[in-house]
Structures are given as structure tokens and as C-alpha cells.
Design a protein around this ligand. Structure first.
Ligand code: TYD
Length: 276
């Protein structure tokens, strides 16, 4: 099946060896973080950190603090988000969060999330990493694994194949998983919402679903301990950030200072969706 067409639920997905899309994006996006000849990934001068968690885990507050911390350490920072983060991906975000794609099932949603992701990586994330910046992304592929994969009951192989096409070698250096009791997360998300604002497509789900998400995130962390750090999100913003800072220092401390090359790096400008 490697390199061929994978069939899941009657739909066809191009295998890793296929040219599912044309252009430099696909060439640079070789599947699974490995070049076809099995060589190691090329060294990157930038950093790529993603934050994940269920609803109400406090990602936005922590991202703000982390960006400030990294800037103080001398790293130029790009803060971005998914779904969205680039003009193309923001257009798809609207379709996803309005619930317009929900009717067509989790498979359709997973494909759209990855379409948005591919554009976001090509136009914002990869150029910023190449220029030596620290990219902090609010959600990334673990959200698709959890929300569409586990919760939407999609075949894991289907999800990984989509991910490989969209992401290729642009794998996070560190994923911070903000872990919080399901009920508390729902309570915080509701409290944060404007009283006259309806919950979005994914916020209106039940506590049971939120529990499922939590378990799925913890399983990802168990399976990929080198990439993921679980952060207890049930404390004050200061206490939570202290844990984040420790994880960042421990795992990326020796790479926090900008590389000499990165200061002179010339990358394409980040898309409009990126906030620096
Ligand atoms: P957003 O308003 O960005 O909220 P949050 O603060 O929770 O990040 O909404 C994004 C929603 O989209 C969120 O509920 C999770 C969901 N989502 C997926 O279902 N799959 C994905 O791949 C991504 C990136 C997000």
C-alpha cells in the first residue's frame, strides 16, 4: 500500500509517493519527517512550538506569555493559529467553524483542516522557521488527530496520511498539551464567551466529548514523549506559565538563542494571518 492509493470508507487518498499536489510545497513536504532515501531531516535554525488542549484550557493567555518570554531571550517570534493563520487557511476556517462542513462528516472536516494547514505551513510557518524565528502555533495536527480522528472516529491511517501530505517535515519541536478537567474546561469556555455569542461548531459539544479529547491528548503525549509535554492547566496563569517555561527551557534551552544565520535570514514575509 506504501506509495499507492489508500482507500478508506470508499474514498481515495494519494499515497505518500504520489504527487497529490504540485508545486514546491509538496516537494518540501516529504512524508513523515523523512526524506525518501531515509536521510535525517535537515537542521532548522528556527523553533516550532505548538499548544494544544480542549476547550477553555487557557492557550491564548499562555501563548501571549510564551511569546514575550522568547522575545526577551532574543528570539524573533511569530504567533499564529489553526485553523487559519494565512489568508487561504482563514477562508477555510470560516467554513469549518460555522459548521458548514459538519453535515458532510469528520472525513470532509479532516481534509479541510489539512488543506488549510498545508497553506499555512507553506506561506507562514516554514518561511518563519527558515528565517530563524520561533513560531508559536495555537493548535496544529494533534487537534485533527483528537477532534476528527478520535472523537470523529476516523481511521487513524487515513488521518496520518492526510497529515503526512499537509505537514511533511514541518513537525513541531515541542508540543505543550494543556491538560484540564473536562467540566472545568467547559465552564471556563462558557464564562469566556459573550452572552449573546453562540458557541462555535466544536464548543457546543458535551462534557463527555471533552473527556474523550482529554484522554486522546494524553495518549498522544504518552506515545510521543520527546515531542510532547503535558502541562497541568488547573492553576493560576502564573503557575501554568511556570510549568511551560520549565518545559521550554529543559527541552529547547540550548536552542533558544537565535542562530547567527537566522539574524541575517531572508524569508518570505509571513502571511496576513500571522501575528508577530
Ligand atoms: P478556536 O476558536 O480557534 O478555539 P480554541 O480556543 O478552542 O482553539 O476554534 C478552533 C476549533 O476547531 C476548536 O474547537 C478545535 C477545532 N479544531 C479541530 O476540530 N480540528 C483541527 O485540526 C483544528 C486545528 C481545530
Amino acid at each position: 500500500m506504501e506509495g499507492g492509493i489508500l482507500r478508506q470508507s470508499g474514498k481515495a487518498v494519494k499515497g505518500e509517493g504520489g504527487s497529490a499536489r504540485s508545486g514546491g510545497g509538496v516537494r518540501a513536504r516529504q512524508a513523515g519527517g523523512r526524506r525518501p532515501n531515509g536521510a535525517r531531516k535537515p537542521a532548522r535554525s528556527g523553533l516550532f512550538i505548538t499548544l494544544e488542549g480542549g476547550e477553555g484550557a487557557g492557550k491564548s493567555t499562555q501563548i501571549h506569555r510564551l511569546a514575550k518570554y522568547l522575545k526577551e531571550r532574543g528570539r524573533p517570534v511569530v504567533v499564529t493559529r489553526e485553523p487559519g493563520g494565512s489568508p487561504g487557511a482563514e477562508a477555510v476556517r470560516h467554513v469549518l467553524l460555522s459548521g458548514a462542513a459538519e453535515l458532510h462528516g469528520p472525513e470532509m472536516e479532516a481534509i479541510l483542516f489539512n488543506a488549510a494547514r498545508a497553506d499555512h505551513i507553506d506561506t507562514v510557518i516554514r518561511p518563519a522557521i527558515a528565517a530563524g524565528k520561533a513560531v508559536i502555533c495555537d493548535r496544529f495536527y494533534d487537534s485533527t488527530r483528537v477532534y476528527q480522528g478520535v472523537e470523529g472516529k476516523l481511521d487513524a491511517v487515513f488521518v496520518r496520511r492526510l497529515e503526512a501530505i499537509a505537514v511533511g517535515e514541518t513537525i513541531p519541536d515541542l508540543t505543550l498539551i494543556l491538560d484540564l478537567d473536562a467540566k472545568e474546561g467547559m465552564r471556563r469556555a462558557a464564562a469566556r464567551r459573550n452572552p449573546d455569542e453562540a458557541p462555535d461548531r466544536f464548543e457546543k459539544e458535551s462534557v463527555r466529548q471533552q473527556e474523550l479529547r482529554r484522554k486522546a491528548y494524553l495518549e498522544i503525549a504518552r506515545n510521543e514523549p520527546e515531542r510532547c509535554a503535558v502541562i497541568d492547566a488547573d492553576g493560576t496563569a502564573e503557575a501554568v506559565f511556570e510549568e511551560i517555561r520549565r518545559a521550554v527551557d529543559e527541552r529547547l534551552g540550548d536552542r533558544l538563542k537565535p542562530a547567527a544565520r537566522s539574524r541575517a535570514g531572508r524569508a518570505k514575509p509571513a502571511g496576513r494571518g500571522a501575528r508577530t
